[in-house]
Design a protein around this ligand. Sequence first.
Ligand SMILES: *Cc1c(COP(=O)(O)O)cnc(C)c1O
Length: 381
Amino acid sequence: MSRFWNTKTRQIEPYVAGEQPGNPSEWIKLNTNENPYPPSPAVTEAIMNELYAGTDMDSEKVGNRVLKVSNTVLREVGDVLRFYPNPDADDFLEAICERFSLRREQVFAGNGSDEILAFSFIAFWDRDRPVMAPAVSYSFYPVYADIFDIPLKRVPMTNGLEVDVDGIISGDGGVVIANPNAPTSVALTLHDIRRILDSRRNEVVLVDEAYIDYGGESAITLLPEYENLLVVRTLSKSYSLAGMRVGFAAGSPELIEGLRRVRDSFNSYPLDRLAIAAGAAAIRDIDYFEESREMVLSTRARTAAELCSLGFRMPDSSTNFLFVTHPDHAAKDIFMHLRERKMLVRYFNKPDIDNYLRITIGTDKEMDLLVSALKEILAEE
Ligand SMILES: *Cc1c(COP(=O)(O)O)cnc(C)c1O
């Protein structure tokens, strides 16, 4: 506690992100749902091109070697960084519109989807307009509700890990729902999302689709029918861009305008120049995206089968992670034993899920190492 902190800062319980070790390459890092594969080469090229934008040099010809030796070149390259970026992340949002057949007034870009979630809590709810979320879901939702003084009703799960759709429908206020859900990995059907939207015609229903590329059906197709729907997406997972902080939202023009009003009262340039260039290039390289997604999906199927044969149980995953529990071994112990071996998975010391581990799908090789480590750990215990 510091005497300089106000009441809010004293009281909040900040979100605790998964551990980010100093040198990730020394670890097998399966704890924050990052993509095991690099982004498309087109992304890195777009970042280089953005830096070269103010010069008459050709980024390919100059290359890294020259960059290292010439200070003059270094000064000239990147001159574009003197200028503020485009406030609406135009190039990125144009790529989004083209890819998802949306109009410009239906889309919004954010510094990661977390920022869009925060803006949504500010824009759509308040003390008199509460919000509901499943009891087991993304743990940033209660943090935002708390910091912006919005009452959050947490709807208990049914059968352990399933979202209680009827429980949500019978309540009132806004809704925030991750679909597929995290950390449970389970997706709702579009039919259920539609039922929630129907029950809340005058309230915003935010569907956080951070994992939709790995399973489930996107609610983007419902946008023409529902003015109360806001779909939030990130490029951190399926586009390998966690390090660039790029997210977007799709919704009716009035919801998007609400987000813009909040953004322009907070930070008018949430995406920097390199993030805009990278985000646009990542969205446009559909072939690369499909390829890396397929690799994650096939590794997921294989890993799930191997973990099941070790006695782990898990729901069918619609995400790039598995949410596993073992009948004979405490999740926390397994977590600590893996950590000793420089393998990070995610353990949540929270009610309902404190005997589960969330394991991000890595490369085939990483998963092989994980499975053999688990075999040893289960045998030792
Ligand atoms: C990872 C994640 C996010 C955050 O994504 P960023 O774009 O990296 O901020 C949001 N929601 C859920 C459910 C996530 O798992």
